[in-house]
Design a binder for this molecule. Sequence first.
Ligand code: TXA
Ligand code: MG
Length: 358
Amino acid sequence: VDNVVEEQKYYPQLDEASALLRAGEAIAFPTETVYGLGANALSSAAVKRIFEAKGRPSDNPLIVHIADQQAVHQLVRSIPEKAQRLMDAFWPGPLTLIFPKKEGIAAEVTAGLDSVGIRMPDHPLALALIRATGLPLAAPSANRSGRPSPTTAAHVEEDLQGKIAGIVDGGATGVGVESTVLDVTLDPPMILRPGGVTKEALERVVGKVAVDPAVTMQADEQPRAPGMKYQHYAPQAEMWTVDAPSVEAQTALIRERIGQARRSLGDESQEGSHRELKIGVLATTETQAEYAGIADYVAVCGSRHDLASVARGLYDALRSFDQQQVEFILAESFPTTGVGAAIMNRLNKAAGNQVIRA
Ligand code: TXA
Ligand code: MG
């Protein structure tokens, strides 16, 4: 009976969740991208709970979530004209804008920066919760720091059970990758993190948009979004992305590499250290059959004909490798157009930027 009571506490109704937030607790809630771990953005003590629960480095700033555009005026010193057009076009939605910040936001939210990231999530429960509290909510993704972001309440529970006051359960999230982070204090505006709103869509509204060179990981440069410098979204296994000119060439390369890995372990075991490596492949509905009987575990993230489905299924697939205790992962690559830019950014980060090329 005690268990049942505990469970109800853990999945509070909206009014109870908003009371807990107003009392300074941290509560997980669904957004259209991933689950967030929210707390009162105006209270240092409340925001510190987020950092503690996640084990998040204190130099990594949080996004502030609001439920109507007017709330921006209380949080920022100025609204660039392009920012206004972007808010009108994409809010509510998966776009975080970086503004010059006003006093009043807890210093911990912005990690000492003079700017603040703000977004209006496109999810009825998130909007209702923000409205019910009457507060701006600071909310990073509700995962333990370094883990793939949560796209279900069960993922949040996996990472944060016992560390937070509750989870508002809204089922699986729709977009599956985080919001696009766009610095509108620069002109042209600069993408610091690719996400749910594509570069192509932004450019249709404000013309040229730059991309932080650190996003594609080809540069040695320090990323401008502090959070982008950490290894992220990562399963426990050693992971590589596999890049080749065609899907057929990719699947062939993955099959070949699995064979190589097994042979080199076979050689080792002749020297006495017999061991089997559990090998996993991140695949798609179109390619999964290629690895049957070759890989030990195949995670399907979505369909190649629908990159949005890949974004939606990506983090659950990455988490499943840990559940299956996979030790070595080879991941297929995707085109970097549209939401593919966000997918490849997350995959490269999960792989610590290790790429096998044809
Ligand atoms: O979709 C999302 O954005 C989710 C949901 C919950 O809203 N939130 C999320 O938050 O992904 P988080 O904390 O996991 O990622 C926030 C990113 C980090 O890379 C952080 O460094 C960057 O935004 N960021 C936040 N404030 C910033 C600022 N003032 N300047 C530059 N980057 C900032
Ligand atoms: Mg995160």
